[in-house]
Write a protein that binds this ligand. Structure first.
Ligand SMILES: [Zn+2]
Length: 468
């Protein structure tokens, strides 16, 4: 009897104390530990000069001081980026990636001429599913090279964009365009709705791809088309992407036809909501900004595009002050910006605000780095998933070298990222725990093939437009 009691006591003591002593001696397993100067962009904007990020699968286990992370975790693989920056991957909030193949087709013309004389005819003659695949592959290489891990897109054959994005290992909010004229993929509104519904069903629950309806704008879509797109999105809890208040003409026409601004019109017809991202948001007055904030609409600012097509300047400081989440986008990559270099947009966003307000205080380096990371995530309503390096978020991170002449010396990390560092300083890119570029070498896309194919497309596109 005594023996049994002794055994029971022994078992209880063992059970009580062994997990504790195990925790003291056993480290938790991780798949990857990245060490370096970790700029988290978390709520406190913590920066760990000698930091580390522990990753398991596609998720961050912890970010913090290196000694602490190394004492808690053991990994199969380590990436020693000491002396380099480790940042959340950049978020390109607005683009049209297959248009890489139209890069530089016709510049220095008005938006109207560019659209109606060149791009719409070029698209009608050249855009096929195969075209979209090659354009997306080329764009993936260019975006990864500038540290972009997530992008929001709007084009045709978006299911093919999604397949190629997934193959490249990138995260995408990919919008199938709704537009009231026969598009390269869908010739009628019924076909467009059916295609998009199938597209949304196909990608439900995918860890990388978020399929979305993308009504192009209020000036190319009827009220019914806008409402159909929003209803379809809401049926599948999908995001909605739209060009919003991007042209003076759009503002003037909306006042004339709807008796209110583009923002108020979209609100009135029930399209605005916490699932919508409005791109450009140039013509948004104080009342519009209040509405956008109240409806939790995200916005993207596209400084290169604002300048290149001279459409006006988005009131970014005012939007931020109103509590609107404002991210950054390249737009383009043809006509409105001929590249997909998001680091250029970080730099230009600050400088465009400064010159517009005639004040160097208008928008600072830290603000524009926020716009490229955590605020970009908020603008896409994905802040629970991406945008910062912290426990539970997706392991989307980039390593930036600090060895180039333009990278030294460094007094302030945000100023360095915003004004000194270049896309060519981005060395390694990890998306969802998977390394897609290691020391400048792309691992998920055949870059040489994409470049060669782009040159081939140039010949056939030029020929189709009688340019050769
Ligand atoms: Zn656009």
């Amino acid at each position: 009897m005594l023996t049994y009691r002794f055994l029971a006591l022994f078992l209880i003591v063992t059970l009580l104390y062994s997990p504790c002593s195990l925790a003291q001696t056993t480290k938790q397993p991780a798949d990857l530990i990245v060490t370096g100067m970790v700029v988290t962009m978390d709520a406190s904007r913590a920066i760990y000069d000698d930091g580390a990020v522990a990753i398991s699968g596609d998720t961050i286990l912890a970010a913090g001081p290196r000694t602490e992370i190394e004492s808690r975790y053991t990994a199969h693989e380590t990436l020693d980026a000491r002396g380099k920056l480790v940042l959340p991957g950049f978020i390109n909030g607005h683009t049209h990636v297959p248009m890489t193949l139209f890069r530089g087709l016709h510049d220095d013309v008005t938006l109207n001429d560019w659209l109606y004389k060149y791009i719409f005819p070029a698209e009608a003659k050249n855009v096929t599913e195969e075209f979209v695949r090659w354009g997306t592959r080329l764009a993936a290489t260019e975006q990864i090279r500038s540290g972009v891990t997530t992008f929001a897109d709007m084009y045709y054959f978006e299911d093919a964009v999604a397949e190629e994005t997934k193959k490249a290992g990138m995260r995408g909010i990919l919008g199938e365009t709704f537009i009231d004229f026969p598009a390269p993929d869908n010739k009628t509104n019924a076909a467009m709705l059916a295609y998009t519904e199938k597209f949304l069903q196909k990608w439900q629950g995918d860890p990388l791809i978020h399929a979305a309806p993308a009504p192009h704008s209020i000036y190319t879509c009827s009220q019914k088309t806008l409402q159909d797109a929003a209803a379809l999105a809401r049926k599948y809890h999908a995001p909605i992407l739209i060009h919003l208040a991007e042209m003076k003409k759009e503002w003037d026409d909306s006042l004339k036809n709807n008796g209110m601004s583009p923002t108020q019109y979209l609100d009135k017809i029930g399209v605005l909501g916490p699932d919508l991202t409005g791109n450009h948001c140039i013509f948004v007055d104080e009342a519009d900004r209040k509405t956008l904030a109240e409806k939790h609409v995200g916005c993207t600012h596209n400084p290169s595009s604002n300048m290149m097509i001279a459409s006006g300047v988005s009131p970014v400081p005012e939007m931020r002050a109103a509590g609107i989440a404002v991210g950054l986008g390249t737009d383009g990559p043809a006509g409105s910006n001929n590249d997909l270099d998001l680091m250029e947009e970080i730099d230009l966003a600050a400088k465009l605000a400064k010159i517009t307000k005639m004040s160097p205080l208008a928008l600072n380096a830290k603000a524009v780095v926020e716009m490229a990371t955590i605020d970009g995530a908020r603008a896409l309503h994905m802040e629970k998933e991406i945008g910062s390096l912290e426990k539970g978020k997706k392991a989307d991170l980039i390593v930036i070298s600090l060895d180039a002449p333009n990278a030294v010396p460094m007094y302030d990390v945000y100023a360095q990222v915003a004004y000194s560092l270049k896309a060519s300083d981005v060395e390694t890119v990890i998306i969802g725990g998977r390394t897609v570029m290691k020391e400048h070498k792309l691992l998920t896309v055949d870059e040489a093939a994409a470049v060669a194919k782009a040159r081939e497309y140039k010949k056939s596109i030029a020929a189709s437009l009688g340019m050769e």
